[in-house]
Design a binder for this molecule. Structure first.
Ligand SMILES: Cc1cc2nc3c(=O)[nH]c(=O)nc-3n(C[C@H](O)[C@H](O)[C@H](O)COP(=O)(O)OP(=O)(O)OC[C@H]3O[C@@H](n4cnc5c(N)ncnc54)[C@H](O)[C@@H]3O)c2cc1C
Length: 400
């Protein structure tokens, strides 16, 4: 990698300001106890994840070596009893370093455990959630299919047929994060009897007819292992059907909660890209001066910081709404659409500031630039979020 010409002093011989993406000090909103949890995650991401993640990203591999240290953090059970502000900032902090690791954690705790927590019976919650919270069993969430992405609300082709106390599942699920190696899959399928979407907990390793193929050659979120799940006459006991999932409306309830999480994630990605690009601009000399001293670079830096700060402010208000239990689909959709669109701008400007070095993964900007593309599309694309907002505010649905 070419030298960035380290420079430790500003022209006035004052120390340079350290890049700080929390410009409005949003962390101050948290209680002291919450801040301590966030600090623990910050240290873990900086000391354990940051030093090794580029290597795993390049190799398309998951860092299983981090599971044991993650268990020690004891954050798998952060759900009920914790504010949405803390949950959001926690996943934002993870994304500041690595959105792949955050996605693994988010799929497990948010989508998979979240489905059981929101839609499972008391017995199901007792059976699955404690071991999942301790990360002894890892979960995934299978909704998308090879031929059905944005249209999952109306057209799942995976079927569930009841035979006595057993359900028989047939179909495929595509893009399922953690699926190639995890223990439990929450699978969404259409009940052939009433045509409604129901949810099932499938034990990956012990269910005959259940197989997973790893999706290869991705250019984003390469650390996350995504799978193509095939189910051929998979038999699942009625006891593993999510007892309170009766239609896609219930699936959408889980998605609404995790979608706001993606807004926090998109904010964290921008924080990481902003800090890396600003540091680079402070150190890189051209024409005998740090490029951070050039007006056009400063404009990019200010625009990035404005994006970061706007997203943080929006997400904070969204978390307040969630903490008051007043979150609507359109609230989460607006935030997901806005923050991911700003993220695409911010990571592109960060890449631009780093010049050619911006495309090298080692500089911690190229990886975020690529990963942003996956966040922009998953958990509902920009267009679908816009259509949900459009329907709510105009009174007309453009998609169903
Ligand atoms: C890295 C990654 C991880 C993922 N993890 C999971 C997971 O764990 N579990 C899971 O179930 N899914 C997962 N997904 C799938 C993800 O949720 C889908 O990719 C997403 O919902 C979009 O579906 P699609 O890719 O099939 O795109 P499509 O639905 O085919 O859309 C293609 C394009 O058409 C546009 N479009 C579609 N319909 C309309 C319309 N009515 N009006 C205007 N534009 C429209 C879309 O916005 C998009 O731009 C993951 C995806 C990725 C990339």
């Amino acid at each position: 990698m070419p030298s960035t010409n380290l420079m430790n002093q500003a022209p006035e011989h004052k120390p340079l300001p350290a890049p700080n993406s929390d410009f409005y000090n949003i962390v101050e909103i948290l209680s002291a106890d919450e801040r301590a949890i966030l600090e623990k995650v910050h240290t873990f991401m900086q000391t354990r994840v940051a030093p090794i993640i580029n290597k795993y990203w390049v190799e398309d591999a998951f860092p299983f070596e981090l599971i044991e240290p993650l268990k020690e953090l004891d954050i798998g059970g952060i759900g009920e009893g914790y504010s949405y502000k803390l949950r959001g900032m926690l996943i934002m902090e993870m994304c500041r370093v690595d959105p792949s690791f955050a996605t693994f954690y988010g799929v497990h705790t948010g989508l998979s455990m979240g489905s059981i927590a929101v839609l499972g019976s008391e017995e199901q919650k007792q059976k699955w959630l404690p071991t999942m919270a301790r990360l002894e069993k890892i979960g995934c969430f299978g909704l998308t299919e090879p031929l059905v992405g944005s249209g999952t609300g109306g057209g799942l082709t995976t079927t569930a047929k009841r035979e006595g106390d057993t359900w028989v599942l047939n179909g495929q699920k595509k893009w399922i994060g953690n699926a190639p190696w995890c223990d439990i899959s929450v699978i969404w399928a259409r009940d052939v009897a009433d045509n409604q979407v129901k949810g099932f907990i499938v034990e990956n390793k012990t269910t005959p007819g259940f197989s997973v193929e790893k999706i290869e050659n991705k250019m984003a979120l390469k650390v996350v292992q995504n799978g193509l799940i095939t189910m051929q006459d998979c038999r699942v006991p009625e006891a593993n059907r999510l007892q309170n999932a009766n239609s896609f409306r219930d699936t959408a309830h889980v998605l609404r909660l995790t979608r706001s999480g993606v807004g926090w994630m998109a904010t964290g990605v921008q924080m990481g890209a902003y800090e890396a690009a600003l540091k680079y601009a402070q150190e890189r000399l051209q024409f005998g001066k740090p490029i951070a001293s050039f007006q056009l670079i400063q404009e990019l830096i200010a625009k990035m910081l404005a994006n970061v700060t706007a997203c943080q402010s929006m997400m904070l208000r969204l978390a307040q709404i969630e903490d008051e239990d007043k979150l609507l689909d359109q609230h989460a959709s607006l935030a997901k659409a806005f923050t991911t669109a700003r993220m695409r701008e911010t990571v592109a400007w960060a890449r631009e500031i780093c010049g050619a070095n911006g495309i090298i993964v080692d500089n911690n900007v190229g990886r975020l630039f690529a990963d942003a593309e996956a966040l922009y599309s998953y958990e509902g694309t920009f267009q679908m979020q816009s259509l949900i907002v459009g329907k709510a505010v105009s009174g007309f649905s453009a998609f169903v």
